[in-house]
Design a protein around this ligand. Structure first.
Ligand SMILES: Nc1ncnc2c1ncn2[C@@H]1O[C@H](COP(=O)(O)OP(=O)(O)OP(=O)(O)O)[C@@H](O)[C@H]1O
Length: 287
């Protein structure tokens, strides 16, 4: 591992030991698809870049963000973007409280403000799904300024040195909104592919340590086929989702593997011929 990353791990783990946020430190476990991707992302985090992870559903983007937070032993706050996301869900809101018989207006800090002040990670999932007018509020947080003037309180917040932003987008998906250019420009971007080969076999072993070798091999062979068919455009990319594969393997320990593949992989596809193709491929390995 690069020495910059090692030095930063020592520094940050010390900064965050014994704090009240321990329960927000996630578990790691991300497997890099190649020798350099994960380390390059870690270096970019150390260099205080905002990170954008672009990849299909179930490719491990959330797991990757969690693993970064776990490595530095830093708590992570998550935001799920939707059209309903507003400034209050990002920054916080004012509320009325009764203290010692008196009425006060208090500000309940939202995830962005908490993460900036405490030096935590902020994970912004499906960042392209937010309304275009909501996220510009984060522009000064995401670029070199790393600061925010809270419009609800007037407070000027300069981010803690350990604060970091990791955002994710399911790019390339039909129906997904492209990301606003000025927002995208503030990130360094990484394509996150589905893992294959040894990495995938290792992940299956970790999730299912007692799995039968025949089931494991047939599911891994099916995964290879599905990835090839997705590359050739014969099935949608999600057919090769690692999440779906793990679900299929779990179900297959209790029912016929073909039915497991149907429920966990094929039925999620919209196109009838794609569903059929997945089942035909499964039959070549599992009957
Ligand atoms: N490279 C990987 N290393 C470790 N686990 C992985 C990897 N890829 C996928 N997984 C596993 O697959 C499942 C789905 O991963 P995750 O939720 O991180 O995907 P995602 O890309 O965030 O999906 P979505 O875009 O749908 O939110 C999890 O159980 C995760 O552990």
């Amino acid at each position: 591992m690069h020495e910059l990353i090692e030095q930063e791990i020592v520094k940050r783990t010390k900064d965050h030991e014994n704090n009240e946020w321990q329960s927000l430190i996630p578990e790691g476990g991300y497997k890099s698809p190649d020798a350099y991707l994960y380390e390059d992302i870690l270096l970019s985090v150390v260099l205080k870049k905002a990170i954008l992870l672009k990849g299909p559903s179930g490719s491990g983007k959330t797991k990757l963000a969690e693993s970064i937070a776990a490595l530095f032993e830093q708590p992570m706050h998550s935001i799920n973007c939707s059209v309903d996301l507003d400034a209050e869900s990002l920054l916080g809101f004012k509320t009325v409280v009764q203290k010692e018989g008196q009425t006060w207006i208090d500000f309940v800090e939202g995830p962005v403000v908490k993460a900036m002040k405490e030096g935590h990670f902020l994970y912004i999932d499906e960042i392209n799904m937010a309304k275009p007018e909501t996220l510009p509020i984060l522009h000064s947080v995401l670029d070199y300024r790393r600061m925010l003037t809270n419009p609800f309180t007037g407070e000027v917040i300069q981010a803690h040195p350990n604060f970091g932003v990791i955002a994710a987008i399911n790019e390339g998906y039909i129906g997904t909104t492209p990301m606003n250019e000025a927002l995208k420009n503030r990130f360094v971007s990484f394509a996150i592919p589905y893992i294959t080969g040894e990495q995938l076999a290792g992940l299956v072993d970790e999730y299912f340590p007692t799995i039968q070798a025949t089931l494991k091999n047939s599911m891994l062979s099916l995964a290879t086929d599905l990835r090839k068919q997705a590359e050739n455009g014969l099935v949608s990319e999600e057919a090769a989702s690692i999440r779906s594969l793990l679900d299929a393997i779990e179900l297959a320990q209790y029912m016929s593997p073909i039915r497991a593949v149907r429920y966990a992989i094929a039925e999620k596809l919209d196109d009838a011929s794609e569903k059929q193709l997945v089942i035909e491929l499964a039959k070549t390995w599992m009957e």
